[in-house]
Design a protein around this ligand. Structure first.
Ligand SMILES: C=CC1=C(C)c2cc3[nH]c(cc4nc(cc5[nH]c(cc1n2)c(C)c5CCC(=O)O)C(CCC(=O)O)=C4C)c(C)c3C=C
Ligand SMILES: [Fe+2]
Ligand SMILES: [Fe+2]
Length: 343
């Protein structure tokens, strides 16, 4: 029997340093997130970051926490439940980090007699630190614990027409009544090194203004290209003015060059340029989470207004939007019927 495994990033069990610390430890000790040799990752993560970050992160989580739990988890559960109602297949939800493990989700499917799984990493774009680590971890679990289950993976859907349509229409809905001067597409950042590491040609990705516009097989794994492509397609779908849209990358750790321009610097630049009304889209995430609700909706608003901006909105992620649920259900049902995957 066929079944579906949806996987998102995960969250700590509660917004307290006691629960945030082990969660961050598992997350940041992932070799695809902090990709140094293990001895150095140990020093960076356990010797430096985890000494101070859990307290700071727990305070940030406390600001966005819902009475039902972490927004990312609750939203993903609502999404999974709605998709489950539109398919005959069992649907399970797992998280790459934290207590809702991929192992438990595979176990749930296994107990229902599933032996063919469609793995859906809940990220529109490919990145070693998001999409790829979910795939690698799921295959590792399958090989070690569920050898009879066959896994097929849904490709990154950043340019899929149906996805672009529901994303664009949810953005249009969010923009209603807001007389924006500018729309900033803020994607989660990654170190520039990750882009070069994932370039199969070894020479295409120069991370300059141009490489992501030229055609290349490198773009199958170029997160930067894929983010720019999502924006380009939404811009075309909504017929947005070229000068009123730009991209940026948020949430970096110190000491490494990360993808630029940095979102916090862009808030300042746009305000200093005289933009008064700013809308921010966070299309690297399908569910609202710490990065969107705290860093963008709260901190970003302060940064923009302190630099001279006036009105600011964060457009919610797709979350459990019915049109998005229908698109996902269509993809999984087509796979069930004839093995087809969306392009
Ligand atoms: C080296 C560090 C990090 C990389 C690379 C990275 C890539 C990456 N992350 C997401 C999605 C999310 N990240 C979230 C939180 C978060 N991310 C990092 C670090 C890296 N992410 C940290 C330390 C944290 C924890 C919060 C903090 O301490 O600031 C979240 C939110 C989770 C939640 O519970 O709400 C998401 C989602 C992507 C898509 C990505 C690569 C493209
Ligand atoms: Fe992250
Ligand atoms: Fe590129």
């Amino acid at each position: 029997m066929k079944g579906v495994l949806l996987v998102n990033l995960g969250s700590p069990d509660s917004p307290t340093p006691k629960d945030v610390k082990p969660y961050l430890d598992e997350f940041l000790m992932d070799e695809r997130v902090i990709d140094t040799p293990q001895w150095l990752r140990n020093i960076i993560v356990r010797g430096i970051i985890l000494r101070t970050r859990p307290k700071k992160s727990a305070e940030a989580y406390a600001k966005i926490w819902w009475k039902e739990g972490s927004p990312l988890i609750v939203i993903s559960q609502r999404f999974a439940e709605k998709v489950g109602k539109l398919t005959k297949m069992p649907v399970a939800l797992g998280m790459r980090y934290g207590s809702m493990t991929i192992n438990k989700a595979l176990q749930e499917l296994n107990e229902k007699g599933v032996d063919e799984v469609l793995l859906v990493p809940l990220y529109p774009h490919y990145a070693m630190s998001s999409y790829e680590t979910v795939v690698v971890k799921t295959i590792q679990e399958q090989q070690e614990n569920f050898p009879k289950i066959k896994i097929t993976t849904l490709p990154a859907f950043y340019k899929n027409e149906e996805y672009i349509k529901v994303l664009s229409e949810s953005i249009a809905k969010g923009l209603k009544g807001f007389d924006y001067d500018h729309i900033l597409f803020s994607y989660h950042g990654i170190p520039e090194r990750h882009i070069r590491k994932n370039d199969p040609t070894r020479f295409h990705c120069k991370i300059d203004g141009n490489c992501c516009n030229a055609n290349s097989v490198a773009h199958h794994t170029c997160y930067r290209h894929q983010c720019f492509d999502t924006t380009k397609r939404v811009k075309a779908y909504l017929n947005l003015h070229e000068n009123k849209v730009s991209n940026s990358f948020q949430s970096r750790l110190p000491n490494d060059p990360w993808l630029k321009p940095y979102t916090d610097f862009e808030f300042e630049r746009l305000a200093k340029e005289g933009k008064k009304n700013l809308a921010v889209v966070t299309a690297a995430f399908v569910s609202d989470c710490l990065e969107t609700l705290e860093e963008i909706a709260m901190e970003g608003k302060n940064q923009f207004q302190e630099a001279g901006g006036e009105n600011y909105i964060h457009i919610p992620c797709l979350n459990d939007d019915d049109a998005w649920v229908e698109v996902m259900a269509k993809w999984v049902n087509e796979w069930e019927k004839n093995g087809a995957l969306p392009v």
